[in-house]
Design a protein around this ligand. Structure first.
Ligand code: NAD
Length: 415
């Protein structure tokens, strides 16, 4: 970037596509970009210079965009993505569309030479996700994928525990994610209906396994294999217009992941369970020297030397207060909204080349895990996950040098 006088804040233009949606509006527009604008921009590494953000809203409904722009004091909006992409005022393209519409839009943004920041999953198939990584690398554009769960206070505290050596040798991870999503008949559903239609990019595996992949690989080790059982517990639901539709996608998935280094992770994902935990997601990590239970915010620990010694006795009701044995781990710092923090990191990556590990290739690994999970369920067997790298040739040619390309071809049979 050109040197700017310290007193003149630079501005970075961001095309925000899909801001009328749940994630686009609340997390990306309001909680991230508008919050960054409100604070005067992103602070750069020198600790003084700020880069201000200037969004342009993109969508299909001019009325919705005009209303949003007016409500939030945003100057620019358009229904014409191509025009926005052709305009040099906008350096970043950001995508929060329904999954099905994403890959085509990302390809246009790559061709236009924009830096790209996108929601997960990056594509509907691993083959396409890997191709996006290749195209982005060939075009030399900066690219990032949302890894929001890693920024949750609970997971940040967990990372700190891991880094401190608290666990000793980590043995296993057990996670529960889920809550009841209403069917839509007698109470409206609290998630969009496309989530329950496979043909529209829905399904809990496609939705959650990309998250599980980056959580596992960044905290515990690369995912080496998956065994998953996907089910559609509620076969019919009612959509936003009150019409019944067949639910063709999985709404619950029970999975075991084997990780590099020997850790076993067992994660349940369900939109058909009722919550009996402190938070909507919770992970228990057991290690030789201690255990932790973390959620979105909370983090409880039990070190080896504060571990009770239960004895199994079915003849006597156990009066021990097991919950009382745990110690709440303090935050010791402020945690900001994770979407905003990752946005700031990505903007620094674009502006001053700060590091970014959460790129399209990381996104493709998430899509791969989802695809492998679906295959595992369909075939009733454990599926190994190869190490993937950006291929040097289009994946559709079946280039043998790309481990991922072979798997992509193999997995294509799934769809
Ligand atoms: N990071 C997370 O925790 C998280 C959570 C939920 C969803 N997501 C992801 O975010 C994305 C959006 O999910 P959502 O729940 O906000 O969905 P949503 O249905 O609320 O919003 C989707 C947006 O896409 C637009 N859209 C729909 N069909 C389109 C089409 N054919 N062409 C162009 N635009 C279209 C809609 O107008 C809307 O703006 C999905 O890819 C989903 O996987 C991520």
């Amino acid at each position: 970037m050109a040197e700017q006088p310290q007193t003149t804040p630079q501005t970075i233009g961001i095309i925000m596509n899909g801001v009328s949606g749940r994630m686009g509006y609340r997390q990306h527009l309001v909680r991230s970009i508008l919050a960054i604008r409100e604070q005067g921009g992103v602070l750069l590494a020198d600790g003084e210079t700020r880069v201000q953000v200037e969004p342009i809203l993109v969508g299909r409904s001019e009325k919705k965009l005009a209303d949003l722009a007016a409500e939030h004091g945003i100057e620019h909006y358009t229904t014409n993505l191509d025009e926005a992409l052709a305009d040099d005022r906008w350096q970043i393209y950001a995508d929060f569309l329904v999954t099905k519409a994403r890959a085509a839009a990302l390809k246009k943004a790559i061709a236009a030479g924009k830096a790209i920041y996108t929601e997960k999953p990056t594509a509907e198939s691993f083959e396409e996700a890997l191709e996006l990584a290749r195209l982005a690398e060939e075009a030399g554009i900066k690219n990032g994928v949302v890894h929001d769960k890693l920024y949750l206070p609970g997971l940040q505290k967990l990372k700190r525990l891991i880094d401190s050596g608290f666990f000793g040798r980590i043995l296993s991870v057990r996670g529960e994610f889920g809550y009841w999503v209403f069917e839509g008949d007698w109470q409206p559903a609290q998630r969009p209906s496309w989530n329950y239609r496979a043909e529209d990019g829905g399904g809990i595996i496609v939705d959650m396994f990309p998250h599980w992949n980056y959580v596992l690989e960044n905290l515990f080790g690369r995912v080496e294999s998956v065994y998953a059982k996907a089910v559609t517990e509620i076969p019919e639901r009612v959509d936003e217009r009150g019409e019944r539709y067949p639910a063709t996608a999985d709404d619950a998935a029970y999975a075991i992941f084997e990780l590099e280094g020997g850790v076993v992770a067992q994660l349940n994902s369900s939109w058909t369970t009722r919550v009996n935990r402190d938070e909507l997601v919770e992970f228990q990590v057991d290690g030789t020297h201690g255990s932790a239970v973390v959620g979105l915010f909370g983090c409880k620990i039990q070190p080896r030397n504060a571990t009770p010694k239960p004895v199994w006795n079915p003849d006597l009701a156990d009066e021990h207060d097991y919950a009382g044995d745990w110690i709440e781990s303090p935050g010791n710092r402020e945690f900001e909204n994770g979407f905003k923090t990752q946005w700031e990191e990505f903007i620094r990556h674009v502006v001053e080349d700060a590091p970014n590990h959460y790129d399209f290739l990381a996104g493709a690994r998430g899509v791969l895990l989802a695809e492998a999970g679906l295959r595992s369920s369909a075939e009733g067997r454990r599926v190994e996950i190869p190490v993937v790298d950006v291929p040097t040739a289009p994946v559709t040619t079946g280039d043998a040098s790309a481990a991922g390309a072979d798997l992509a071809t193999e997995l294509a049979g799934l769809r």
